[in-house]
Design a protein around this ligand. Structure first.
Ligand SMILES: *Cc1c(COP(=O)(O)O)cnc(C)c1O
Length: 231
């Protein structure tokens, strides 16, 4: 299968999953995760129709993006504060805010450029083996601290649940994130919108869409196995 075929397969599965759940497929955006793959592979997938790409390292993205211009980019990795300025320049959405210090840095950058930095808050679902994220019990307090900031807009929630044996086993984690989002929306905090749910990767994106994902982050199913990235 070439890039075009792989994209058609993934888009078709997203649409079918959305329809099974009674959702409009247009409400799900595919984030093509291009980490470790060169700009040429990104151009190939964009020629096949992909418009939105995801990267998890700022420097790798900064090296790659000029070779694949005219596309939209999301940051999906752990963001170090000393790379935040660069990230804000490169990416339209940062999926992985889980500390007040990082949120404060991003808020200052948003104030500086007089345009709110758009972020998702990463939530730790499924216990201590997940690397990052705000614990569900702490989420409301965290969001309350982020409300009313001119430099920051919280657009939704994101999660990376620990791997499980089968995709179906991931359903409770996705459902939990969707339920949390509903609860947080009811708080009606200023500048905290919670419209987006970023969940689902190559192994489980269809389940995530059935449970309400609006952003699925798919790498391997689109690009094949990850490559060693020259550093
Ligand atoms: C690499 C990565 C993905 C994509 O993973 P695949 O299994 O290759 O689809 C999704 N989300 C995050 C946060 C990642 O780092």
């Amino acid at each position: 299968m070439d890039a075009k075929d792989r994209l058609r397969v993934v888009e078709g599965r997203i649409a079918a999953a959305a329809e099974r759940a009674g959702r409009d497929p247009a409400t799900v955006q595919l984030v093509a995760v291009s980490k470790t793959h060169p700009a040429g592979s990104v151009r190939e997938l964009s020629a096949a129709g992909a418009a939105l790409f995801g990267e998890s390292r700022v420097q790798e993205a900064a090296d790659k993006i000029p070779g694949a211009p005219g596309l939209r980019w999301h940051f999906i990795g752990r963001l170090q504060r000393n790379k935040a300025r660069k990230a804000v320049q490169l990416f339209e959405l940062i999926h992985s805010v889980d500390s007040l210090r990082l949120a404060n840095t991003l808020t200052r950058l948003g104030e500086e450029r007089a345009e709110a930095v758009e972020v998702l808050v990463e939530v730790k679902i499924g216990g201590e083996t997940s690397k990052g994220g705000v614990r569900p019990a702490d989420l409301e307090a965290f969001l309350r601290q982020l409300q009313g900031r001119s430099g920051l807009r919280v657009c939704g929630l994101m999660t990376i649940p620990p791997p499980v044996r089968s995709a179906e086993d991931q359903r409770p984690a996705f459902r939990r994130l969707a339920t949390l989002a509903q609860e947080m929306r009811k708080l009606e905090l200023e500048g905290v919108l919670i419209n987006e749910l970023s969940m689902g990767m190559s192994s489980d994106y269809e389940i995530a869409v059935e449970e309400g994902a609006t952003l699925v982050r798919v790498g391997t199913a689109l690009f094949g196995p990850r490559r060693p990235w020259p550093r």
